[in-house]
Ligand binder design. Structure first.
Ligand code: GDP
Length: 455
């Protein structure tokens, strides 16, 4: 069995980002000191504090979660993207260029009390050459008397200036309304509504690993299992089981308790059934039989879980049958064949004796908590910035891809999108995933990592 390769199911694909429900991205551009930071703070409502805008000092966060009228979006402050200063106008124009490439809409901030500067004009030239909608904020309009200053900004030629005072909040509602209008249509809500009620567990594994024994053990009674008449299909039956003071819904227990072993094509049928159970479950407990070598079918089932994006717990059953020698080989098998899911909690149990069966619940809870995890955009990006500074992506074809920012597009399982200027090698993405796991945990949950490339 040494030759069995666990399939690379967690390799991210570049196009996955487009499938995910990515929040629209709004990039904030403008020269230093026009009040971008204050405006960002105003918009995100200080949910994640923006580091003060000290001239010459790069802010350590670049992207934030924001929402207005129930519409969520990612707000990106481009100030931190370029550190090389080859003239202010060039730098700011460079930021505007990036913004135009990555964002769905651009919030262009100008200081109305200063009026149009050369730098503002340089930005305008870049913005006019893109097809992204631009919303113009005329900042520092603190009172009605300054409204006239804002009107002058019509001369930039990027549309209506929206007078705001980032400091006092004046006009920010109208500005945000305009911004929402500029965003692309909201994609239809996916019906991934969180189902209320007990959390859903799929207990899966190849025939004879002890699923039905474990189920009986957990349900606290030895039920007589009536064999199904061959060829009869019965509906999946779920079962509510109380464990560790909570109720859990075990998916398709009828399928577990039924015997198919004698049936032709049982393997195929079992795979279908496992898939159907995973579809409805949130977490999978994969049962493995330690008295035998890990089989290809075990690995396929684990792969199925990872692909389905469900949380995963590995339960090594029949621990009562384990002797020293077998234990030695088991550890080797785990190292060699299960290294791709080394993030999954492992529990060593015996359905027969009841050994450590109670440890399943905490393991399931860990997996579900990781599966549910959301990392705020601000936190994610300050983490990412440090990571990339210490270990930049490798040069590819003479170019070094830049990671502009990242967001977590989804949870259950956590799905991260990296906005980049070039392709990131598999190795580097694995490195990011490894570090995400080291620093944020995610024990028991698969992680999806995809890229949105703007070259
Ligand atoms: P299923 O096909 O996965 O539902 O497996 P079963 O629960 O029917 O178990 C298959 C066989 O393994 C039965 O003979 C069980 O008595 C036995 N078995 C299940 N769990 C254990 C265990 O922890 N220790 C030992 N020694 N045998 C077990």
């Amino acid at each position: 069995t040494d030759s069995i390769d666990f399939p690379t199911t967690d390799a991210p694909r570049a196009d996955e980002a487009e499938e995910a429900a990515v929040k629209p991205v709004v990039a904030v551009v403008g020269r230093p000191n026009v009040g971008k930071s204050s405006l960002v703070n105003r918009i995100i409502g200080r949910r994640e504090a923006v580091v003060e805008d000290v001239p010459g000092v790069t802010r350590d966060r670049v992207a934030y979660d924001a929402s207005w009228q129930g519409r969520e979006f990612t707000l990106v402050d481009t100030g931190g993207w370029e550190t090389s200063v080859s003239g202010l106008a060039a730098m700011v124009a460079g930021q505007a260029e990036y913004a135009a490439q990555t964002a769905d809409a651009i919030l262009f901030v100008v200081d109305a009390t200063v009026g149009i500067t050369d730098t503002d004009e340089a930005v305008t030239r870049v913005l006019r050459s893109t097809d992204r909608p631009v919303v113009l904020a005329a900042n520092k309009v603190d009172g009605a008397g300054a409204e006239a200053d804002a009107l002058e900004l019509w001369n930039l030629g990027v549309g209506e200036p929206h007078p705001v005072s980032a400091l006092h909040g004046r006009g920010s509602g109208d500005l945000l309304d305009a911004l929402l209008d500029a965003l692309p249509e909201k994609p239809p809500e996916e019906s991934l509504e969180e189902e209320a009620g007990p959390r859903r567990v799929a207990l899966i594994g190849r025939p004879n690993v002890g699923k039905s024994s474990l189920l009986n053990r957990m349900a606290g009674e030895d039920r007589v299992v009536v064999d199904a008449v061959a060829g009869t299909t019965r509906d999946a039956v779920d079962e509510l089981i109380e464990l560790g003071g909570q109720t859990w819904k075990f998916i398709d227990t009828a399928g577990i308790r039924r015997r198919f072993r004698a049936l032709q094509g049982a393997d195929y049928y079992a795979t279908m059934r496992t898939g159907a159970a995973l579809e409805r479950a949130e977490v999978a407990v994969v049962l493995l039989d330690v008295s035998e070598s890990l089989a290809e079918q075990d690995l396929r089932i684990i792969e199925q879980v990872v692909e389905s994006g469900r949380a995963l717990v590995l339960a090594f059953n029949k621990w009562d049958l384990l002797d020293e020698e077998r234990r030695y080989y088991l550890e080797k098998e785990i190292d060699r064949q299960l290294f791709r899911v080394r993030w999954a909690p492992r529990v060593n149990i015996s359905a027969r004796t009841g050994r450590h069966v109670e440890k399943l619940v905490p393991a399931i809870e860990i997996g579900l908590a990781s599966w549910d995890t959301r990392i705020s955009t601000g936190r994610l990006n300050s983490w990412l910035k440090e990571l990339v500074a210490a270990t930049p992506p490798p040069v590819r074809g003479g170019k070094q891809p830049k990671i502009l920012f990242a967001t977590q597009a989804d949870a259950r399982p956590p799905h991260f999108i990296l906005f980049t200027t070039g392709f990131l090698e598999d190795n580097y993405r694995r490195f990011i995933e490894r570090r995400l796991r080291e620093d944020f945990g995610f024990e028991g949950s698969p992680i999806k990592l995809s890229m949105r490339i703007r070259e």
